[in-house]
Write a protein that binds this ligand. Sequence first.
Ligand code: ADP
Ligand code: ZN
Length: 428
Amino acid sequence: MFLHAEEGLSRDEIRSLQTQRLRETVARAARSPFYGKVLDEAGISADDISSPNDIARLPLTTKQDLRECYPYGMLTVEVDELVRLHASSGTTGSPTAVLYTHKDLDTWASLMARCLHMAGVRPSDIFQNMSGYGLFTGGLGIHYGAEKLGCLTIPAGAGNSRRQVKLLRDFNVTCAHIIPSYALYFAEFLQAEGIDPASLPLRIALIGAEPHTEEIRRRIEDLFACKAYNSYGLSEMNGPGVAFECEEQCGMHLWEDAYIAEILNPETLEPVSEGEIGELVMTTLSRDGMPLIRYRTRDLTRFLPGECACGRVHRRLDRIAGRSDDMLIIKGVNIYPMQVEQVLMGMSEVGGNYLIELTRQGTREDFTVKVEITDDYFVEDMRALTGLQKRIASRLRDEILITPRVELVQRGHLPAGEGKAQRVRDLR
Ligand code: ADP
Ligand code: ZN
């Protein structure tokens, strides 16, 4: 049933493996210029670790630390032992690099294969990777995982929708990895070409790399008549393959044999209470070239309580609610873009794309939500459109407590890229 024995470990077995691997990680990290210094300053070494709870005694690592160590300051090996570099896409601020040895790539591909298998992908599947390649880990990361599992793997890359359909059809592709915003765009592209997305042979879509709501998942599943599974990762923790949904689709199992995850209150940096939302902080347990200790991901989530029906006891992360630096303060109110998305995507008249725009005139802040609406609806008369506009504004008000200006636009009229969607344009 499981691809790897590690999937079936008990809580006790996970804990003892974590203890052993955390000790090794701290010992190894101490060899890097950065951790050598910070561990020394904190007066802590591998010998002080006797359970996974001792992780709380270790110093935190931030994105800023990674930037300051750019390019080679976090390595525990010589540069000639490295074989790969990836970089974060720089969604927020300047990029950071992650470097891998041969063994690191192998570990990563195995974790990735395990994730795919858990979501129901099998060696007999034909797999199309429709996300960008290059420095972005969603390309080669997923690719090597699918190959490792034994799938015929097509490195289609992002964009070029016409070629994507051709490959999907010609090779009878049954599984695809695709960024959710691109999946919605792609479905609209197909419909405009007179192709029903549900007529494609896809049975499984792996979606992730950007925050998205349950509503978006349902839409993708309905449009393509397939199952869609949430995939979470970040380049600092290798890339994709960190946490993934199983076939139960109730949260993402985080591989605790390879990572220790904590959820901390981002202000006090103390652990949140059981089941509460906070910032995910992660430690690598099986990375040689560039181990990271207590890395602050800035992603907000929580551990889901209870057991999963699939039998795996690796704890499950809830859908990522956004990043701690995503929060918008509009007219003094705290708002997360995902709250807006949840409202919009729950309305059938709304199409697959939207944009939040913030502007300032003198002391006045303007908050506009631009919404693409479906073709069916766009042909309605003015009165119906004005009614829809009001309905959207009032539902948003119920959720976020302030009323935005709502602008309805025709499908395909908002910027749509092939990479991660930019949902907010802050011009203040
Ligand atoms: P960047 O930080 O520049 O976007 P990465 O490509 O490493 O670079 O992106 C990792 C980030 O993408 C995560 O920290 C998270 O914010 C987001 N992310 C990845 N997968 C998901 C997912 N399934 N749901 C929500 N957000 C995700
Ligand atoms: Zn499960």
